[in-house]
Design a protein around this ligand. Sequence first.
Ligand code: JHZ
Length: 393
Amino acid sequence: MSLEFCDLGMQPLANHFLTEKELAQGEVFYPLKVVVCESCWLVQLEHPVPRERMFSDYAYFSGQSDHWVQHCREFAAEMVERFQPKSVIEIASNDGTLLKQFHALRVPAVLGVEPSYNLAKHAGWHGAPTLAAYWGKHTAGTVESADLIVAMNVLAHVPDLDDFIGGIADALAPDGVVVFEFPWLWRLIERGDWDTIYHEHHSYLSLTAVSDLLRRRGLYICDASEVTTHGGSLRVIASTVPTTTMDSAEKRIKLLAFEASIGLDKPPIYQAFAGLPAMEREAARSRLCGKQITTIGYGAAAKGVTFLNYCGIGRETVSHIIDSTPAKQGKFAPGTHIPIVPPESLRYLRPSRIIVLPWNWRDEIEAKIHAQCDWYPEIVSRPFHMERARLAA
Ligand code: JHZ
């Protein structure tokens, strides 16, 4: 039995930026509905899209955010100090941003595994050796085992979690550890971040669900904590040996108890979420649409694509979206067809209002806007319904 969590209607693929030629060819929209399993409480898409349609050529390059690069630098330093790995595999290593940090710290063997061929090639050119493949038991059988396996922001994208985690268990060296980071379902619910729902995100994960998945494949959590990236994520460390320090066991137990206390294993918390996107759509439209204010977006994030399409905000309101990713520039945003332009365009566009679509990088982007502008545009970002509530208070 499943329960509806959120229905965002028909949506385009969030990272399928279109060329001028593709605009004329029409675009495919897919149902975007998330449901909750009432027996294991895993939150997943009802209609998955074949992964090859989303990841063969991928427009998201993680190294575009200075804060993410800093997060990777600190993460690698912490992992090297704590586990002294001689070999590291990063799954879904994207453009190699994290791998390069392990390289800089002189870890002898570093390998990325990345399904998007364009990213794997880019990472290889920039000094991060990368195998172009989807991770799973098959790929695990083709690589040397590693002391440290890292899976940052990938678990949510995986349709067959058993095969993915089984591959990790196979590829871990006997005393090795695996580290996952993934957006935390609780923060999504608490902050109302419905725009982080798009077809790439197959699952929306709690520690409770991840603990069960890992245990099924013989992996034991030895540490779990919250990190601030992407609106609030969990960092989970696991190994094939059930050894834990008192301190980390206590942290994990506290987080699991917290999830139980807020009722992630009961229907009401999910049922209450279902009406939220429509509420924010109304608030966002009344705040942003139908006004004679020159407006642009900043950051052609996947979450921005969900936000604009679901709210029905298009070129009539947002003339351009600025993005520093070369693979997105010169193309058009999925669904809305808003042109994507480089940061240098800000000076000639001279907008009066800028919507920061990746609210998770708002401080960084706001600083970049102020550094470039000799005028004072209004800078806004979601959530708009909360902003309204704050203003009313
Ligand atoms: P950002 C991605 O989501 C996609 P997105 C993915 N599916 C995932 O799981 C999550 O991350 C975790 C641009 N930008 O990071 C770069 C600037 O132009 O919020 C990006 O296009 N200038 C893997 O796409 C976008 O904004 C800047 O200064 O929602 C940010 O996208 C900065 C900071 C960003 O992730």
